[in-house]
Design a protein around this ligand. Structure first.
Ligand SMILES: [Zn+2]
Length: 212
């Protein structure tokens, strides 16, 4: 569902451009709204969410999908934790559909899906591990990397029930906004994937903005 935001850029209390292949780790307080902006279009933002006061509570794709009865995420979707609690709500969305089934790219999956020599290519999972290594005070480690959302990524389900990594439906300037219903840690990998069309074979920067 397409729903435009009423928030103005000049009112944002924080903004940061995240280059392709880089990560962003940011806290968002309950009641605050953040925006992920696809600056040049057709770019996947692989994102994890954790409860700030208990990192064992984190985003759960299956709880989210089950409760909303829909495998795609868009405006109105309530992102739920592994305890079934609402973490954030998608409060605006000009792209219209986001994936939470495809998972994030990793060197291992690149090897299985594409070719053995893809193993050395940078992947989202590496970016997350770099972020966790640089922020050991959070107490998060490799075992905490679980379900994620691929904002802007187009992963249609085929009639046979399979998943397809299709060309993107996002475009320059499209965005998704999330209003937090608990204090969360947001960890985004701006996907460096070059082996499928999720980034239009040309990974580009995104921008993260935050409103009080
Ligand atoms: Zn990726």
């Amino acid at each position: 569902m397409i729903k435009a935001s009423t928030l103005k850029r000049e009112d944002a209390i924080f903004s940061q451009v995240v280059p392709a292949g880089d990560y962003l780790l940011q806290t968002v307080d309950s009641g605050q709204t953040c925006r992920i902006l696809d600056l040049e279009g057709n770019q996947a933002a692989d994102t994890l969410f954790y409860c700030r006061h208990d990192i064992s509570e984190r985003y759960s794709a299956m709880d989210t999908i089950r409760e909303q009865g829909n495998v795609y995420l868009t405006a109105g979707s309530v992102l739920r934790s592994n305890l079934g609690n609402p973490m954030l709500t998608i409060s605006a969305d000009t792209c219209g559909r986001h994936d939470t089934l495809g998972g994030a790219c990793a060197t291992e999956s690149n090897t299985v899906r594409y070719a053995l020599d893809k193993r050395c290519m940078h992947a989202c999972r590496d970016s997350w591990l770099l972020a966790l290594a640089a922020h050991q005070e959070l107490g998060l480690s490799k075992r905490d990397i679980t379900h994620n959302i691929n904002f802007f990524m187009n992963v249609p389900i085929t009639p046979a029930g399979g998943l397809m990594f299709a060309d993107g439906i996002s475009a320059p300037g499209k965005y998704v906004e999330l209003t937090a219903t608990m204090d969360v840690i947001v960890l985004i990998s701006n996907c460096p994937q070059l082996n499928n069309p999720c980034n239009g074979h040309n990974p580009t920067p995104i921008e993260f903005l935050l409103w009080q």
